[in-house]
Design a protein around this ligand. Structure first.
Ligand code: 5GP
Ligand code: MN
Length: 318
């Protein structure tokens, strides 16, 4: 399938590049990398995402302006990145998915192959790793801004090459980028030095009220709209909180519940090793990977908490 995608990229023109809502480092980095790749092929493209560009990645060079509005002219092709299912691209783009041919590049096991051309590799640590491979196939050197974007993508999804999904390919491509002059120290500093005092205060509140359930096997945090208002923060400020509670001694599954503005509840799950949280998320109509998954539940928070804990307990082999 990668060869067919290569063919389309070389032959066709006028692409719209997108990724999942509330884009993370893999989604943003992969979007930028595909943009730089198309730039090298002298193709026209636009960026689109229903969500705003996360402030914490403001240091990243973008090959095209970020747009939360659909372009007035329809593109010829959609390129959809890092989206485990078609709903993840947001409702505004849904009608175009029916009308236009699409390229779906993803690494989620449960991806239902919703595109016209689907390249889904659950073995890949990140979509960034897949785009690196695509660039190499097209003889595009992994250097400069393209390399920074890909490095961000791989770094984000592998937890800086620490999670179980870290492949030798991820290290290999990073090695190529470093050989081509990527400044690893600079990127890591730009990526990590984004902590604000407000975020720190939110973190103190959220992590300070961590709860342990099922004899310490489940760790749970809850983030409410009230907390965001009182600390002048937003959803992008709570990314990564769950990783702290995953490291609590004896914890098998870390869970977080976040109250959204529309009263729905976004849940996230994390584990290590053989404990499969993707299965739990899928039972609740979400998705993800074996050790990192999520989804949305109806509110209020207390009701979502009950549903989530019941489903986790059912899947925990005690
Ligand atoms: P996070 O907990 O960081 O939001 O997401 C962890 C993983 O679960 C990511 O790979 C993400 O794609 C997936 N995920 C999160 N929310 C949803 C969702 O609502 N639906 C699906 N299918 N996957 C999700
Ligand atoms: Mn990803």
């Amino acid at each position: 399938m990668k060869d067919k995608i290569k063919e389309v990229l070389l032959k066709e023109d006028n692409f719209l590049i997108t990724a999942h809502l509330n884009p993370d480092g893999d989604a943003i980095g992969s979007m930028c990398a595909v943009g730089f790749l198309l730039q090298k092929l002298n193709k026209n493209f636009v960026f689109y995402n229903q969500s705003p560009f996360p402030q914490k990645f403001s240091w990243l060079s973008l090959p095209s302006p970020w747009s939360q509005e659909l372009p007035s002219n329809k593109p010829n092709w959609l390129i959809i990145l890092d989206s485990g299912d078609s709903l993840r691209i947001g409702e505004d783009l849904q009608p175009w998915l029916k009308d236009l041919p699409s390229i779906n590049i993803d690494h989620h096991l449960s991806n239902p192959l919703f595109g016209t051309l689907n390249w889904v590799n659950p073995q890949a640590s990140s979509v960034g790793e897949m785009i690196a491979e695509l660039c190499a196939d097209l003889n595009i050197k992994l250097e400069d801004k393209l390399a920074e974007a890909l490095y961000l993508a791989i770094l984000s999804d592998t937890g800086s090459f620490s999670y179980g999904n870290t492949t030798s390919r991820a290290h290999y491509w990073a090695g190529e980028m470093i050989a081509n002059g990527l400044d690893v120290g600079k990127i890591n500093a730009l990526l990590n030095q984004n902590l604000t005092l407000n975020k720190l205060k939110l973190m103190a509140r959220v992590l300070g009220s961590t709860e342990l359930k099922e004899k310490g096997q489940i760790a749970l945090i809850k983030i409410t709209q009230k907390m965001f208002i009182e600390t002048s923060t937003s959803i992008e400020d709570c990314e990564g909180f769950i990783n702290y509670i995953r490291n609590l001694q004896g914890v098998k599954i870390a869970a977080s519940l976040r109250e959204e503005k529309d009263q729905t509840i976004k849940f996230s799950l994390r584990s290590y090793g053989d404990i499969n949280v993707q299965k739990i998320a899928q039972e609740l109509k979400g998705g993800g990977h074996k050790n990192a998954a999520g989804g949305t539940l109806p509110g209020p928070l207390e009701k979502a908490e009950k549903i989530l804990l019941t489903t986790i307990k059912k899947n925990l082999t005690i």
